[in-house]
Structure formats: structure tokens, C-alpha cells
Design a protein around this ligand. Structure first.
Ligand code: HEM
Length: 512
């Protein structure tokens, strides 16, 4: 008897899911939008997991065109990789696309982070944070970044002397982690030499979305179970990891407040605002002149010649002073900055790999860097801004490694468009000349979107360019990057939301 019941239930459920899948397919069909036929229950989840989102897009675009409809689990999504439509989504009709998809799995602390906020709340927080990334703020961070790069150079000297080949991605993860910890969390760590330190361990665990994450599975496949999952305290980043950063930030703020130590980092900026007498009359509290209120919002964008349009990153520094600044406020925001360690590390990995394989480009780049550096011992903000060929090399590496942000009902496909032969002839060839002063003018707008475009683009873009360039200048001034026995040509890629080397990017170094 029970067997009959079981068979009945399984049959009924299967029938339900098959009918639901057909309805989903019809949803896009009725709207005249082409797209893949979804599987019952999972949509195209299995295919995108298997192939990776970027490769899946390349396949789907060939089959259905630059706009296709599909289902992410139970959610209808339009994938767009047409430059004119992207312009509408990211800039022209931005008010209708202001919010990212409401994933609602962030937990109480992170649901207020700038990357997930909606509407007016997002606008308020974003305009508050924008001044953190002005040229003046970045200049102040120069010493902290140089310090991490010097540590990198002395570690690399050991590898060069031992003729040791090494994997770039894990090395650069620790470098960018050290930089973010120092500039945003006010914490000096040395994950290059001590990969087991608590800060690195918690950050890596927090942002490891590649492994089996039960919350993501529930969200995509059984969205109706989310309220229960939330009641049970499930969230995408575990409470244990978050608590570490809460305690760490609280402790630093307490120590800073008590000792009056001044450091040129994000926490100091927050502290300054928190300590100001009231909302309308906020002033720096330091008596030292060490941290200067360098509002250069009128200054030229000297970090990069990126093709970003309307980034909205020129608000006056006074906007920084709002009521959001509390301990948990600064933590929430600096935590969303922490995510930048992985993307910057990936960009550095691609760049290093490409330079190892393309020795002529590497020579030209080193020479162009030396022409700017001359007698300078360490790169400064101003010298980095004059390194135009470096800018082109970084942009070309970024073109080849890209992720796509998810919008509420449409997903902009950056990887696909940046590898589209119509816009980028020989898309798999690393050719920085595409971004030379002369050629840049010919790039079709909205075909290079590594940092997104418009008001919701990457808020950390200028910081990322600065950090990547600083690290590369330090490396190229001290070493020649060489391919090693394990260097794959061409590089095999895996797609975990953004592209990464499948088997690692291996190189070795020679001291200059
Ligand atoms: C090479 C490095 C990086 C790449 C390729 C990258 C790329 C992106 C992209 C594509 C977006 C979504 C834009 C959109 O929706 O149109 C984004 C958003 C964001 N990025 Fe980055 N990013 C990088 C580094 C960083 C760094 C270093 C930080 C922090 C210091 C950062 C902080 C953020 C934040 C907070 C957002 C959300 C902004 C908002 O919703 O208003 N990113 N990034």
C-alpha cells in the first residue's frame, strides 16, 4: 500500500514540475524572446554549473542572439550582451534598473551593504561612500600599499633565487588581501607568509561561493523554502565569519579612539565622521596634519583611462558626512569592499600570465614604466597616472577576465561581449594596443564593461586600478616574469562567476 502511495506522490510531483517547466518555457515564448528550454525544477542551473556562466553565455548567444530569456531556478531572467541595450539598462533607463536582484540571503548585517541595498537607501549610502575613492584618498593610501608591495618583492626575491615556479592566483590573493586589510580594515596582516592567519581564513571562507553552498541551492531551486531557511539562521556568509570581522573592526575602532593613533585608512575616515560634533557640522578630529582632507572631486581621473561613462564618482566630499556612520555601518561597507580582493587578484593573475607569455610586451611595458619612474624609489599616485602603456596592459587583461553582475530581471553579459569577435577581432589574443590612445577612440561604447557602467558601476574601480598597477610596477622593476614548466599555453579557464585559470597560472621569476 505504502509503495503505491509513494509512486503516486513521485508521479504527481514529477508531473507538476514538468508542467511548471513547460509554463516557464512558454513565459518567454509568449513574449517573443528566444531562449533555451528549461529543465524541470532547475531551469538552466545544471548547464550553467557544468559549463560556467561565461561559456554558457557564449554558447547561448550563438544560438539565440544577444538577448535571450531563461530561468535561473524559478526566476525569469533576460541575458543581454548588446551594447545599445546595455547602455539603456546601465545608464539611460537606469532608474528602472537601479536594484540588483533581491537575493535576500545576506543576513541582517550585510543586507544594508551598498552592493545589495535598493532604491533611495542605496543612493544615500553610495553617495556617502564615493568620496572614499577620490584621488586624494587614494594618495593617502599610497604608503600602505607600497608597504604591502615591498613585502611582496622580498618574498619574490626568495622564489627567484630558488628558481621556484609558483602559482600566481594564490599569491596575488594574499597580496590583495594584505592591501584590503591594511587600507580598509586598519589591520596589518602578512597573509603572503602566514596564509593561516585568522583574517585571511575568515575572508577566504566568507567569499568561497564555488563550493557547495546550501543557501544558494535553496535560493535557486526551492525559493519557497527561503523563509524557513532564514528562520533557521541560514545566510550566504556564515555568522562565524561575519562575527570575526565585527569583533575585529570593533576592537580596532576602540583602540584608535583610545590611543588617538592616526592611520591613513578607511576606518580612520569613518572614525573622523563619527566623532564630528553633529550631522551638519562635521570636522576632522585629528590634531595632526597627517591625514588631510583632500577633496579632489574636481580633479581629473588620473587613475585610468577606463571607458566608464557617468560613473557618478565625483560627488563632493561633504556627502561623506551622513548619519550612516556607525560601527556596524562602517563594517557593513568595508565588508562589501573585502569582496574586491578576489577580483583584483584575478586581474593581476591574468596580467602576469600574459606578460610571461608575451616577452616583447613585457619589455615594452618595463621600459615605459622606467621612463616615468626615473629616480623615483617607490611609485607614487602621480607617477602611476602617467603610465599609459601600463593602463592599456591592465585593461586588456581585464577585458579577458570578467564577471557579470546580476540585475533583478536582466543580467548584463560582460564576459560574452568582451569576447565578441564583432567588437574585438581575435578576442582570445592578448593585445594591449587595443587600448592605446589612438585605438581606444574606436572601441564601441559599452563593449568594455569590466567594472560595469553608469551610477551602479564598481565603486572600487579606481582603487582596483591603483592597486593592480602599484603591484605590477613593483614586480616589473625587480624581476623578469618567465614561463615555467607548468605554464599552460593557452591557459585553460574555469568559470566560477568570473574567469579563473583552471589549473593555476604558473610562472617563475628572474632577478633584474
Ligand atoms: C579588478 C577588480 C574589480 C572588478 C573587475 C570589479 C567588478 C565589479 C562589477 C562588474 C561590479 C558590478 C557593477 C554593475 O552592477 O554594473 C562591481 C560592484 C562593486 N564593487 Fe567591484 N570590482 C573590482 C574591484 C573592487 C574593489 C577593489 C572593491 C572595493 C575596494 C570593489 C567594490 C565593489 C562594490 C562595493 C560594488 C557594489 C557597488 C554598488 O552596488 O553600488 N570592487 N564590481
Amino acid at each position: 500500500m505504502w509503495l503505491a502511495w509513494l509512486i503516486g506522490i513521485v508521479t504527481a510531483l514529477s508531473a507538476y514540475y514538468i508542467i511548471a517547466a513547460r509554463r516557464k518555457f512558454e513565459y518567454w515564448q509568449k513574449k517573443g524572446v528566444p531562449g533555451p528550454r528549461p529543465w524541470p525544477l532547475v531551469g538552466v542551473f545544471v548547464q550553467t554549473m557544468k559549463m560556467g556562466q561565461g561559456f554558457y553565455d557564449l554558447w547561448a548567444i550563438k544560438k539565440f542572439g544577444r538577448m535571450f530569456g531563461y530561468f535561473d531556478g524559478s526566476q525569469p531572467v533576460i541575458a543581454v550582451s548588446d551594447p545599445d541595450m546595455l547602455r539603456s539598462i546601465m545608464v539611460k533607463d537606469f532608474p528602472q534598473f537601479i536594484n540588483r536582484r533581491d537575493v535576500d540571503i545576506n543576513g541582517p548585517l550585510l543586507e544594508q551593504a551598498v552592493s545589495v541595498l535598493h532604491g533611495q537607501k542605496w543612493k544615500d549610502v553610495r553617495s556617502t561612500l564615493v568620496p572614499t575613492f577620490t584621488s586624494g584618498r587614494l594618495k593617502q593610501m599610497n604608503g600602505l600599499i607600497n608597504e604591502c608591495c615591498d613585502n611582496l618583492v622580498s618574498n619574490l626575491e626568495k622564489k627567484a633565487d630558488a628558481d621556484e615556479e609558483f602559482e600566481c592566483q594564490s599569491l596575488f590573493r594574499s597580496v590583495t588581501m594584505d592591501v584590503i586589510a591594511s587600507t580598509f580594515f586598519g589591520t596589518k596582516i602578512d597573509s603572503q607568509n602566514d596564509s593561516k592567519n585568522e583574517f585571511t581564513k575568515n575572508a577566504v571562507e566568507a567569499f568561497d561561493f564555488s563550493s557547495f553552498n546550501p543557501v544558494l541551492i535553496i535560493f535557486f531551486l526551492f525559493p519557497w523554502a527561503m523563509p524557513l531557511a532564514k528562520k533557521l539562521g541560514l545566510q550566504i556568509i556564515s555568522k562565524k565569519n561575519l562575527d570575526f570581522f565585527v569583533d575585529n573592526t570593533k576592537e580596532i575602532i576602540r583602540m584608535r579612539s583610545e590611543s588617538k593613533v592616526v592611520r591613513k585608512d578607511f576606518i580612520q575616515l569613518m572614525l573622523r565622521s563619527m566623532n564630528a560634533p553633529d550631522k551638519n557640522e562635521k570636522k576632522p578630529v585629528e590634531t595632526t596634519t597627517e591625514v588631510q582632507d583632500a577633496d579632489d572631486s574636481q580633479g581629473s581621473d588620473i587613475i585610468s583611462h577606463n571607458l566608464s561613462v557617468g560613473s557618478g564618482q565625483r560627488n563632493p566630499v561633504s556627502l561623506l558626512i551622513t548619519n550612516l556612520l556607525s560601527i556596524s555601518g562602517s563594517l557593513r561597507q568595508s565588508f562589501s569592499f573585502l569582496a574586491g580582493f578576489e577580483t583584483s587578484a584575478t586581474a593581476l593573475t591574468f596580467l602576469t600570465y600574459c606578460l610571461a607569455v608575451e616577452q616583447t610586451i613585457q619589455d615594452k611595458l618595463r621600459q615605459s614604466i622606467e621612463e616615468v619612474m626615473q629616480d623615483l624609489e617607490e611609485p607614487t599616485f602621480e607617477s602611476i597616472a602617467q603610465m599609459h602603456y601600463l593602463d592599456a596592459c591592465v585593461n586588456e587583461a581585464l577585458r579577458m577576465d570578467s564577471k557579470s553582475p546580476k540585475e533583478p530581471s536582466s543580467a548584463s553579459r560582460f564576459y560574452a561581449i568582451q569576447r565578441d569577435e564583432e567588437f574585438w577581432p581575435n578576442p582570445d589574443v592578448y593585445d594591449p594596443e587595443r587600448f592605446s590612445y589612438e585605438n581606444k577612440q574606436n572601441i564601441k561604447p559599452y563593449t568594455f564593461n569590466t567594472f560595469g557602467q553608469g551610477p551602479r558601476n564598481c565603486i572600487g574601480m579606481r582603487f582596483a586600478y591603483y592597486e593592480i598597477k602599484m603591484v605590477m610596477v613593483h614586480i616589473l622593476r625587480n624581476f623578469r616574469i618567465l614561463p615555467s614548466a607548468k605554464t599552460e599555453i593557452p591557459l585553460q579557464l574555469k568559470d566560477t562567476g568570473f574567469m579563473a585559470p583552471k589549473n593555476g597560472a604558473w610562472v617563475k621569476l628572474q632577478r633584474l
